[in-house]
Structures are given as structure tokens and as C-alpha cells.
Design a protein around this ligand. Structure first.
Ligand code: ATP
Length: 200
């Protein structure tokens, strides 16, 4: 089974690409979804986050207040690294379990949607790295339009992530998502053909 690491900056279109690949028959493992799962209320992951960052990162209902945590960690590299130290091993463990399930299926391609693949130096875990490449101004536009996130907040997220050159240097395939959704669909169709060739 071909292991594909799919990455790209905030709002680049990873979810759009992974959902299209899933329609073609790839098994998709979403690192962000797993990262949420490992800090659900009642988990040891959430307890550790609270021990590190305080009760101020919880909502009144006791869930992780991600925007609040984001304010804390995206303003300070060391705190971001600390959060990754807490969350990452748990994500890795859960990913391993899901990988086992994928291997037991008859899928030829498994796609890991990993936003911080390059930032965390995870290239070697995958047979192929796919980077979704979208200009900053387009990402700012789409994320503020679709999620109501203030533009400045999108900009500071972009600044906290790997830059375009670093990401592209890690890529085996690049999916340009500067165009329409229809253009993206065509590019993903081409990507899928090439992934199947690689899968053999
Ligand atoms: P994040 O890392 O923040 O989770 P992502 O890389 O998964 O983001 P998506 O959620 O797939 O990105 O895309 C960001 C936003 O842009 C979404 O609202 C999506 O619907 C929209 N979008 C994606 N591709 C296009 C496109 N080609 N044209 C217009 N809108 C798009």
C-alpha cells in the first residue's frame, strides 16, 4: 500500500484534496481530527494540556478552547513546541492504529492529511509527499470568507508555519490550488493517476 503524506499551509485546500482522493478510493487519515480526538474531555491528553497551559485554555463546559490555546501557542514558539510534545506522540499512536486498519483493507493508497508534516520533519514516514500549493493572498481570502477568521489571524498562522520554499522542497508532487474548485478536481484526477502508478 502506498503511504501518501498530504500537506500544505492553513487554508491551502488539504481537506478538499483528501476528500476527492477518498472519493477515488483512498483511505484518508486526518491528523487534525486525531489531534482533536486525543484531547477530548476525559482524555489523559487534555489533562496534560491543562497541566501545562492552565484551566484558562478550557471552555466553561470543560472542552479545549482551541482559539484560546491558539492565542497562547502561536505567540510563542517554545509553547507551540511544548504543545506538540504533548499532542504529537498521542497522534502518532492513534495514527498507527488507523494505519493497521487501512493495511487490513484492500485500499491501494492511504493518504495522511498532516498540516505540520514539514514543520515536524515527518517526510520519511511516507512513500510520497504531496504539497497543496496556494498563494497566501488566496488562502487568506478563502479562510476569512469560509470560516470567518480575521485576516490578521490567518496571516499570523501563515507566519508560524513553514514557508512555501521549505514545503515545496519536501514535495514529490505539488497540487496547485490557485484556481477554481473545478480546476482542483482536474488536478486531483491527475494526481490520483500518478499515485496509482506509484502504488504499482
Ligand atoms: P486547514 O489547514 O486550515 O484545515 P485546508 O488546507 O484543509 O485548511 P480546506 O479546508 O480544504 O483547506 O480549504 C480552505 C477553504 O477554502 C475551505 O473553506 C474550502 O472550501 C475553500 N477552498 C478550497 N479550495 C478552493 C478552491 N479551489 N476555490 C474556492 N474555495 C476553495
Amino acid at each position: 500500500m502506498l503511504k501518501v503524506g498530504l500537506t500544505g499551509g492553513i487554508g491551502s485546500g488539504k481537506s478538499a484534496v483528501s476528500s476527492a482522493l477518498s472519493d477515488y478510493g483512498a483511505v484518508v487519515i486526518d491528523a487534525d481530527a486525531i489531534a482533536r480526538e486525543v484531547v477530548e474531555p476525559g482524555t489523559p491528553g487534555l489533562a496534560e494540556v491543562v497541566a501545562e497551559f492552565g484551566e484558562g485554555v478550557l471552555t466553561p463546559e470543560g472542552r479545549l478552547d482551541r482559539p484560546k490555546l491558539g492565542e497562547v501557542v502561536f505567540a510563542d514558539e517554545n509553547r507551540l513546541a511544548r504543545l506538540n510534545e504533548i499532542v504529537h506522540p498521542r497522534v502518532a499512536e492513534r495514527s498507527g492504529q488507523l494505519m493497521e486498519q487501512a493495511l487490513a483493507s484492500d485500499a491501494r493508497v492511504v493518504v495522511y492529511d498532516v498540516p505540520l508534516l514539514v514543520e515536524n520533519g515527518l517526510e520519511s514516514l511516507y512513500d510520497v509527499v504531496v504539497v497543496v500549493d496556494t498563494p497566501d493572498r488566496t488562502r487568506i481570502e478563502r479562510v476569512s470568507r469560509d470560516r470567518g477568521m480575521p485576516r490578521d489571524q490567518v496571516r499570523s498562522r501563515i507566519a508560524a508555519q513553514a514557508d512555501r520554499e521549505t514545503r515545496l522542497a519536501a514535495a514529490d508532487f505539488v497540487v496547485d490550488n490557485s484556481g477554481t474548485r473545478e480546476e482542483l478536481r482536474e488536478r486531483v484526477a491527475e494526481l490520483w493517476r500518478r499515485l496509482l502508478e506509484r502504488a504499482g
